[in-house]
Ligand binder design. Sequence first.
Ligand code: ADE
Ligand code: ZN
Length: 343
Amino acid sequence: MTDRDPNEPLSEEEIHNISRLPKVELHTHFEGMAPPAFIRGLAKEKKVDLSKIFRPDGSYDYRDFWHFLEVYEAATSVLKSPEDFARLCTAVLEESAANDVIYTETFMSPDFCGGGDVSAWKEYLHAIQDAAREAERDHGILLRGTVTCIRHFGPDQARRTALCAAETVGDFITGFGMGGDEKKGKQRDFAWAFDCAREAGLRLTTHAGEWNGPQEVREAVEDLGVERIGHGVRAHTDFALLDMLAEREITLEVCPGSNVFLGVFPSLKDHPIAKLRERGVKVTVSTDDPPFFHTTMHKEYEDLASTFQWGEEVFRDLNKTAIEAAFCDAATREAVLKRLEQT
Ligand code: ADE
Ligand code: ZN
């Protein structure tokens, strides 16, 4: 590492080198990583007309977060067979590896893989895991899955999802979480699903504080007992809550590009990630649904470095925080940590 005068702006070369550091990414949605061309290709093969979800330039077309959720589900509708999900896995891990990600976790939804039926979910998972093993061999990237219920599908469907998770807990499926529309219901409505997953040995995270305020983050911790929070960034105005998060070492899966693209904050300059970190909250950096939000891990690092003038040591620290909070076993953590330190 080079000694840097903190008053000197980072050079283009320094920013480029930072963006190429080996990375740990904790917060991506499996289907949300599908490039639009991949989804268009599947739609053509299956003769499904999805033209209304794409702009003329080929990118995904939506107006706001709630419309995004609809477009997301429409795009996902062409992922039908276990083989389709295996192809998705190959495509997304290739892209992550090209962004120098060496360990990644992704949210997987049995809702889209057999509708919450356990034996169907096992077939999908089998195909996905085969593809992940190949990607590990070809690109050295490690994937772990967090089974995820979808808040706006309701607590009954979440129970089925939790049972799918509990039936497949192991080296690959290591976590349970919740995404979807934060404005629907309460975190505690999903307590049964989270208790079921915890009892099966899964680690827990939930989306909170992306759209709702600090109270949502507090409820996620108190009512579901999660150890990580997806986003959590709207906690930034509540100092007592921030101190509680710091004290309990709850890690935030922060997705700055997603937040700015969706209008949670008007620009990266206004994003609280730096303030959260300064307050002692554990923060990490992820892309969420990269092609939907026109981002990549390279871009996230470049934008953070140039906006906050964060040097290499900050990003190394963020990656260390991420692997410490990763839902993997101790041997995997050690191996990834070693790779982070050696590169
Ligand atoms: N599902 C996919 N992306 C999401 C996000 N950013 N928030 C909540 N649910 C999601
Ligand atoms: Zn998310």
